[in-house]
Design a protein around this ligand. Structure first.
Ligand code: SF4
Length: 401
């Protein structure tokens, strides 16, 4: 059984930038935030799990996904001890972020270019299998207008995010990137448009894209196969992330906290994967169900566990760009502020036109108004100032230690 002293030793190890052994790390995570989910799984969860495993051609007799690395037995912690441990983790992660970034928060203007998608991720509201979505696609002219508007508001990074939409061929994206880079040469451009061949990634990089976000979602192959149809594999996702790195992108990985059937053991695999890949950005937010997906009745992920993960990743990858995500802001009103106080250093307000924002629903009740809307950047600045931080006009490139 681990003692409280040993849990603090795990924290010391994380603070030194070292990855603790799997069982100890799992015990530490569970000590800080025992709950993974903010509710209980639906009664058909096991039936669903079995059918998804069968679809993936995997054995269906194991009780749980992510078996293999269970947490060491935990000491009986009092509520105060648990809170003190978690607060100390947040404090050390916040200090590490401040050592590297000061109290500067970088903003990225998010442009949701299309909600057409050929993929069918089970957690996603704009998956191709959802016939109820009103589909839209911004024209290149609309995207450029968003950039122009964003530039005037002080944004120096534009993130073009969309489903895997065949209309946005490499040629179209290349021409758009060239136009963006010639009009706003002092801006960084981030793409988040899914899985492509290494040759395609290279063309996009050569056309001026600086960064690419592609969440890994789960580094546990079995868990990955529960979240995605059989045609989408962990091997393919991993290969894409390696290609992005090889092409010289500042690369973003990441995953949802509390997705269905996630376990602490599978989260440890995510951390091991991130530690090895060393992505320049890591996007993490709580899972939030979408009503028109197979996961509609599953509970959302825990906000506390998400904050704990942000802090752990801050300590393991001190220079990484870590957004306090929209999902975190949706799950808790003060989620973004708490994310920053747990070590996050990036916000991504939405620059998309209103009609697009309304239709780009990845999960229920996704924030798209108020401080989430880039037009209200002054409101966002005031909120961030209130916790002692400052939003800056800056590309906010990754700077290694
Ligand atoms: S998560 Fe991305 S790739 Fe998957 S269905 Fe949604 S938009 Fe498509």
């Amino acid at each position: 059984m681990m003692t409280l002293k040993e849990l603090y030793a795990v924290l010391d190890q994380l603070e030194a930038g070292q990855l603790p052994p799997a069982e100890r790390l799992a015990a530490f995570i569970e000590a800080c935030a025992p709950e993974l989910f903010a509710g209980i799984a639906p009664s058909n969860a096991e039936e669903l799990r079995r059918s998804f495993l069968a679809e993936a051609g995997l054995p269906v007799d194991e009780a749980e996904s992510g078996a293999g690395q269970s947490a060491e037995e935990l000491p009986e912690l009092s509520g105060e001890e648990r809170i003190a441990l978690r607060e100390e983790l947040f404090r050390r992660a916040r200090n590490r972020a401040q050592e590297h970034f000061g109290r500067r928060i970088y903003v990225r203007g998010l442009i949701e270019i299309s909600n057409f998608c050929r993929q069918n991720c089970r957690y996603c509201g704009i998956r191709c299998g959802n016939a109820q979505v009103e589909r839209y696609r911004l024209t290149p002219e609309q995207i450029l207008e968003c950039c122009e508007h964003g530039y005037s508001l002080g944004f120096r990074t534009f993130v073009m995010q969309g489903g895997e939409d065949g209309w946005f061929t490499d040629e179209r994206l290349v021409s758009l990137l060239r136009e963006m880079k010639s009009r706003w040469p002092d801006c960084a451009v981030t793409l988040s448009v899914g899985e492509k061949s290494e040759a395609s990634y290279r063309r996009l990089r050569e056309a001026g894209a600086d960064r690419f976000l592609l969440r890994h979602e789960s580094a546990d192959a079995e868990h990955y196969s529960l979240l995605h149809p059989a045609a989408q594999t962990w091997e393919s996702r991993k290969a894409c992330l390696k290609s992005l790195k090889a092409c010289g992108f500042q690369t973003g990985a990441g995953f949802m906290i509390g997705s269905p059937w996630q376990t602490t053991a599978s989260i440890v695999k995510d951390l091991q994967f991130l530690y090895e890949l060393k992505p320049e950005m890591v996007g993490m937010g709580p899972f939030i169900p979408h009503a028109q997906t197979p996961f509609a009745d599953f509970p959302a992920g825990s906000v506390e566990r998400t904050l704990v993960m942000l802090s752990i990743v801050r300590l393991l990858l001190p220079a990484a760009m870590l957004p306090a995500t929209t999902a975190l802001g949706t799950a808790a009103g003060d989620g973004r502020e708490r994310g920053i106080l747990a070590g996050a250093n990036v916000l991504m307000p939405n620059l998309s036109p209103k009609e697009a924002r309304d239709r780009y629903r990845l999960y229920n009740n996704k924030l798209s108004e108020g401080a989430e809307c880039a037009d209200n950047v002054n409101a966002l600045k005031a909120r961030i100032r209130a916790i002692g931080y400052e939003i800056v006009v800056d590309r906010g490139d990754f700077q290694p230690l």
